[in-house]
Ligand binder design. Structure first.
Ligand code: SF4
Ligand code: SF4
Length: 321
């Protein structure tokens, strides 16, 4: 069946942008490694957002990489704030959060500051997130929460984004209490995605029923604290899904390259927003080809078929990073 969606070039879309392609951590479940980091200067971010801002419904800064490793991270945040985007979020590992960045998050009225953490114990956190400091992340979250209070601001909401693995699963209810104590208001989670080239067999959750009981207990605790909680339960069989990224989403890398999704950014490049106009990219042959692949179900990239089948938790995928 052919989709009857509005043409990509005329609608609003979800934008994901990475202003670096490096990270200060080496998490055990992440295949990302990069010695030649390209940081997008604030001026280039301003140029790109200027080409897009009227058409952005939601913007996520930092998706596949870490924004805070750039020297001008605070100015990057302020640049986002100047574009009047209705819904903005930053995803981060939270190990680098200076007072200057924290002030910029509040001034930019960022909606969501989302930190990757789901462990209640220092040992588990630092085993999974190599190079990260559990104490530093907690201190950073507390500092931001206190600064919000001191300035009477509800921005940004502080969220935790956790990846459930065998090592941290049993700590989830205790993590909810820890999260509350450092000002986290919202907990979201996902299951482990298998990246090609990594042996993650020890970290794949084995007893799904027991895992669901732990998730239920953690949710009950979070709700009793007035926190939001959204961690998916484990299902007996993979759940196929649909995806509209080829029509409704843009992923922009730190060199300006555009794709529809971070997971396929090296497999299906649509253009470059530092060199081309928005319209030229969105009406171009590469965008049409990708949309055609979704319509026929026959993909040139190896990731979308696995993702659409809901099997990225059991079949390793090559995301290109
Ligand atoms: S999972 Fe995130 S924080 Fe960890 S190494 Fe990968 S990019 Fe960095
Ligand atoms: S990898 Fe998944 S989310 Fe990304 S474009 Fe393909 S189907 Fe959509």
């Amino acid at each position: 069946m052919v989709r009857t969606l509005r043409p990509f070039a005329r609608q609003k879309y979800n934008v994901l942008i990475d202003t670096t392609n490096g990270c200060n951590l080496r998490c055990s479940f992440c295949s990302r490694e990069n010695d030649k980091v390209v940081c997008m200067p604030p001026g280039q971010l301003d140029l790109i957002l200027g080409k897009l801002d009227k058409r952005i419904s939601a913007l996520q800064l930092s998706c596949a990489w870490e924004y805070s490793i750039a020297k001008d991270a605070a100015e990057i945040v302020r640049t986002v704030g100047r574009h009047g985007i209705p819904c903005t979020a930053i995803y981060t590992n939270g190990n680098i959060l200076t007072g200057e960045i924290a002030a910029a998050l509040i001034d930019a009225q960022l909606n969501d500051f989302v930190v990757s953490i789901g462990e209640a114990g220092k040992e588990t956190y630092e085993k999974l997130r190599k190079g990260g400091s559990f104490d530093k992340v907690l201190a950073n979250l507390k500092m931001l929460s206190e600064l919000k209070q001191a300035r009477g601001s509800r921005y940004p909401r502080i969220s935790a984004n956790l990846t459930l693995v065998e090592s941290n699963l049993c700590e989830l209810p205790a993590f909810v209490e820890l999260a509350r104590s450092v000002g986290i208001e919202n907990i979201v989670g996902r299951h482990l995605i298998l990246n090609k080239g990594l042996d993650l067999s020890d970290e794949s959750v084995r007893d799904k029923r027991a895992a669901n009981r732990i998730i239920d207990a953690a949710e009950e605790k979070a709700r009793s604290f007035g926190m939001e909680f959204s961690v998916p339960r484990y299902l007996d069989a993979p759940q196929p899904k649909s995806c509209r990224a080829a029509w409704q989403q843009l992923y922009i890398s730190s060199n300006g390259d555009v794709s529809a999704c971070p997971r396929i950014h090296l497999h299906a490049k649509l253009g470059n927003l530092l060199e081309e106009s928005r319209a030229r990219i969105l009406k171009g042959p590469r965008a049409k080809r990708l949309q055609g692949e979704f319509q026929t179900g026959s993909f040139e990239n190896p990731v979308c078929p696995v993702c659409l089948a809901g099997r990225e938790n059991e079949q390793p995928i090559d995301q290109g990073f």
